[in-house]
Design a protein around this ligand. Structure first.
Ligand code: FE
Length: 232
């Protein structure tokens, strides 16, 4: 009983949630965004109280949900998924435009977006659920598939950032590190290099030991340098 794998059978997408409060903007990657009503159209998001963007949404009363495409760049995951808007202006690294309600939206890797005005707010402990009414939306590219959380976990072999509602500390670690002597783990996103699989992203052949990967190799998920990987 209580097989943690059960949690991974719940399906999610991955989204970039952003907002702007009087010129101060930020955003983060979330898997918990879902439409809750059709008339009017309302979408809910569950935001960690630890996220800078959560404070901004609480103040601004608005947010934008952008749907990420399947081949979203590692730079987007690295900056928006694993860094804090308290430390850097995340959007400064990218080209973006302002949506009709003045929230920043990336010009790349986004296939659709929704502007929302906060109508309800629910404190659920570590997170706040905001329900927003959709005030505007657009489809940018219908030929590209949206990324799912399962794809992100299985293909990119990443684990959730610690502020994600679905973060499972013990399980994520155990799942990625079992059955081995030493595993090389990305300290930022939790990606684990598996020698038997190599890294197709960087043309590292299956069977290549971590020690034999070129020194300029980087984490395929978030771009951390090889030298910063941790042996566990
Ligand atoms: Fe990484």
């Amino acid at each position: 009983m209580k097989d943690f794998e059960a949690y991974f059978k719940i399906s999610y997408g991955l989204y970039l949630i952003s907002t702007d409060n009087n010129g101060k903007h930020s955003g983060y990657i979330a898997n918990t965004a879902f439409q809750v009503t059709a008339e009017p159209s309302q979408i809910a998001i569950s935001c960690s109280k630890g996220n800078f963007t959560t404070d901004l949404i609480d103040s601004s009363g608005k947010f934008n949900i952008s749907v990420l495409c399947q081949n979203t760049g590692e730079d987007v995951f690295s900056i928006f998924g694993y860094k804090s808007g308290r430390d850097i202006d995340k959007f400064a690294e990218f080209e973006y435009f302002n949506s009709p309600n003045q929230c920043p939206v990336l010009k790349k890797d986004i296939i659709a977006w929704f502007d929302c005005e906060v109508k309800y707010k629910l404190d659920v402990g570590t997170h706040i659920i905001f329900v927003g009414e959709v005030t505007d939306y657009d489809l940018i590219d219908k030929s590209v598939e949206p990324i799912t959380y399962a794809y992100y976990r299985e293909v990119k072999k990443a684990k959730a950032p610690k502020n994600a509602p679905t973060y499972q500390k013990e399980t994520d670690t155990k799942e990625n590190i079992e059955d081995s002597d030493i595993k090389w783990v990305c300290p930022v996103c939790g990606y684990v290099y598996i020698a038997e699989e190599g890294d197709a992203h960087s043309e590292i052949a299956p069977g290549t030991a971590f020690e034999n990967i070129p020194d300029n190799w980087k984490c395929p998920v978030c771009g951390v340098h090889k030298e910063d990987f941790i042996a566990k």
